[in-house]
Design a protein around this ligand. Structure first.
Ligand SMILES: C[S@@+](CC[C@H](N)C(=O)[O-])C[C@H]1O[C@@H](n2cnc3c(N)ncnc32)[C@H](O)[C@@H]1O
Length: 252
């Protein structure tokens, strides 16, 4: 594969484009298969690797800076990986264990979507399910997740599904969140950035809970809300129980 193939790879649903060191690092740590990687400065990339992630080997080809910038204006390294086959929404929901599934209803902003994936991976959620028009594996979402899509299942569903899991709606107008109100294996549903959760999901929910906020604040950013809820649960012993990465990581 050549650097000139990266543009085509963006449109190929069997591939993913990873922009930047952190996205490539996380993809490799969590079993991603790189088909090619390119940098304009091998010495700088190697210094970064030794400082931040000596556990991974990127093996990037060196290309002229203007050619790299024409493909990725902001990143010092770009790679193409095989897109891991994702479980169907029903298979994701059937995953055993108490860890919650994060359901994002029609998220619009790809960077925000990626940030939700990043925090779901860090907090050991069972997976992320999205609905709506956005492809959760879009390169901008992968950049927002720093490549942590590779650490857990991330799948889009035509409609908001919950399988046999209890549904907890996170809504600024809900009852105050406390960990005992969130059963094991819950689907934690978060709404779209502007309008929040749909009436349909709110009506179906077994509980409607809120992170308490100071008077006058109407809501949190979507990814911030996902983070607050997942880490609130994790710190009270109700979070995910996913095993740590296969290779213990000495890096950051
Ligand atoms: C930017 S907010 C949507 C704001 C929308 N105007 C509303 O009132 O729901 C996006 C999502 O983040 C979650 N969220 C934001 N603030 C929250 C809070 N204080 N408690 C629980 N969830 C919250 C909700 O799921 C919400 O649908």
């Amino acid at each position: 594969m050549e650097l000139s193939d990266v543009r085509r790879a963006r449109r190929d649903r069997a591939l993913v484009v990873l922009e930047g060191f952190h996205a490539i690092k996380h993809a490799l740590r969590f079993g991603g298969e790189l088909l090619g990687a390119w940098t304009a400065d091998a010495a700088e990339l190697e210094a970064l690797r030794l400082r931040l992630a000596p556990d991974v080997a990127i093996g990037a080809a060196v290309v002229p800076l203007d050619e790299l910038a024409a493909v990725v204006p902001r990143a010092q390294v770009v790679a193409v990986a095989r897109r891991p086959v994702q479980p169907s929404p029903d298979a994701l929901l059937a995953a055993p264990g108490p860890a919650p599934v994060v359901l994002l209803e029609d998220p619009r902003h790809l960077g925000n979507l990626g940030a939700c994936v990043r925090v779901a991976a860090a907090a050991a959620a069972a997976g992320v399910l999205t609905t709506g028009r956005q492809d959760p594996w879009h390169p901008d979402a992968l950049r927002g997740s720093a490549g942590l899509h590779f650490a857990l299942p991330v799948t889009r569903s035509r409609s908001p599904r919950t399988g046999d899991r209890p549904l907890v709606a996170l809504d600024p107008a809900g009852d105050r969140l406390h960990s005992a109100a969130v059963p094991p294996r819950a689907v934690l549903a978060f709404g779209t950035e502007r309008d929040g959760l749909s009436d349909e999901l709110l009506a179906r929910a077994d509980a409607r809970l809120a992170l308490p906020m100071r008077p006058g604040v109407s809501s949190l950013n979507l990814a911030t809300a996902v983070s607050g809820v997942l880490f609130g649960l994790a710190l009270s012993g109700r979070g995910g129980t996913r095993a740590p990465p296969r290779a213990p990581s000495p890096g950051r």
